[in-house]
Design a protein. Structure first.
Length: 253
């Protein structure tokens, strides 16, 4: 986590009367949850609940994108109409705005969102909303969205950066789930939970130093894990491993 982001979390924690250690512990706990866990919905719900909590809000959603079919699916939904499992055109809603912007978006009022799905009579139409992309490498595979809890709540750059941290965890959870379903069993020894975690981050294109920083281990340890992963999977190099994973994720959409 970058120093500026940590500082931002510390300020947020003090302002809310909380402690930054507790906020960082939430992020660390989410990272631990990802190791060896393949059930997507419970993980995404926990990621979303904690994101909403740390932003001091009450509602939000996480969606996954099917680029080939030009649609997105609402995977989890907290107090936003209970529309989990529904599919929408990719040019609608906050998710559509995230895709068009190829990055984070904020709206001072949800009513300004093109193709929004919340009825005009719903109080959330007059509240702010923020959405950030969930990326696998350079590809947007989903979006994480949070609504302001009242008419006074707005979202700034610090809010966006905090939500982007949760989007990283969501990306690993989505990739973890899809790859587990798609990947055939390994012939000899299966990957350990830590090796699976490192493998998923390698497959997203992360370098060893960033993986080490995220997991709280040394770059040398990451290097050793990568060597073991290549041997067990039969991939000749990191590029082959990442390319195979990306093709699987696109096919499974």
């Amino acid at each position: 986590m970058k120093r500026s982001t940590v500082a931002s979390l510390e300020l947020r924690g003090r302002g809310a009367g909380g402690e930054v250690d507790g906020q960082l512990a939430v992020l660390a706990a989410l990272a631990n949850d990802l190791a060896g866990e393949f059930a997507l919905e419970p993980l995404l719900e926990r990621i979303l609940r904690n994101a909403v909590l740390l932003l001091g809000c009450e509602s939000g959603s996480i969606c996954t994108i099917d680029e080939l079919r030009k649609v997105y699916r609402k995977e989890v939904d907290l107090d936003v109409g209970c529309r989990s499992g529904e599919v929408f055109p990719l040019d609608e809603g906050v998710t559509g705005a995230v895709v068009r912007a190829d990055g984070a978006v904020t709206f001072s009022h949800y009513s300004a969102v093109p193709g929004g799905h919340i009825h005009a009579d719903d109080v959330r139409c007059s509240r702010a909303v923020v959405g950030v992309p969930i990326r696998l490498g350079s590809v947007i595979i989903g979006a994480c969205i949070v609504f302001g809890h009242d008419a006074e709540r707005t979202f700034d750059g610090d809010d966006t950066r905090l939500l982007e941290l949760f989007a990283i965890h969501a990306a690993v959870a989505i990739a973890n789930s899809r790859l587990f379903v798609a990947r055939p069993p390994l012939p000899d020894a299966a990957l350990t939970a830590r090796e699976r975690e490192v493998s998923l981050l390698v497959e997203t294109g992360w370098p060893d130093k960033r993986i080490a920083f995220e997991l709280g281990i040394s770059a040398k340890t990451v290097e050793k894990h990568v060597g073991t992963i290549l041997r067990k999977t039969g991939a000749r190099n990191r590029t082959e491993l990442a390319s195979w994973a990306a093709s699987v994720l696109v096919e499974r959409g």
